[in-house]
Design a protein around this ligand. Sequence first.
Ligand code: PEP
Length: 258
Amino acid sequence: MNKAVRKAVIAGNWKMNKTPAEATELINSIKALIAGKDVGGCGIIAGVPFVDLPAAAEAVKGSPIKLAAQNVHWAEKGAFTGEISAEMLKAVGAEYVIIGHSERRQYFGETDETVNKRVIAALAAGLKVILCVGELKEQRLSGITSEVVSMQVKLDLAGVTAADMANVIIAYEPVWAIGTGLTATAAQAEEVCAVIRGVLASLYDASLAQSVTIQYGGSMNAGNAAELLSMENVDGGLIGGASLKPADFVEIINAAQA
Ligand code: PEP
């Protein structure tokens, strides 16, 4: 298996943007732009705020757009004020959940240990996972990007079975490129995505590693998507800012299919 047979997946991470009414509007705009076009070669996901899920679930009906939440707790229920369980997410239409985004690691104390617990719980509950990993600027400048990202992948996937890996997408997101306008070069993205695939081969086996969708994320936009997505090990994108602009998001979807 290789890039040609792995399905490209373009996922939007809306972060803390859009009310339910605005979410409906944004999804309707994306739907209008992809209507009548063959987008079957590309998975499309919108990662929306928790409170937008019910409205978004209604809006995506009849379209190929799937929904992701942006976090999930590992417990089934209980005294975890402010947290959301996997069952709650599924009940309001989430099929995927983004876990370990650098903003959660940076601002909300996520560690590889808690990321791993969330991954295990989400998969056990039947959610699909978009697992985010990526190095800080200082780590890249110190030449330890491969080590950092390899370690994250190993720790975050600890205990995840080969069978469950069919429901995991990995997003390589260099932290220095997220929301900064700085993009990794296509060569840099390819290099680290290939490292991640190598780690998957060592954790599981080569054929499983070839089957996993690995996205790049970090200031991907309509202008740079085609080059990034043309790389052998870059199978899609996790898109922040540009996912809030329907025309740009759909251009990225088109680039993923080319
Ligand atoms: C992200 O939030 O995952 C992201 C990649 O953001 P941006 O595209 O805005 O850099």
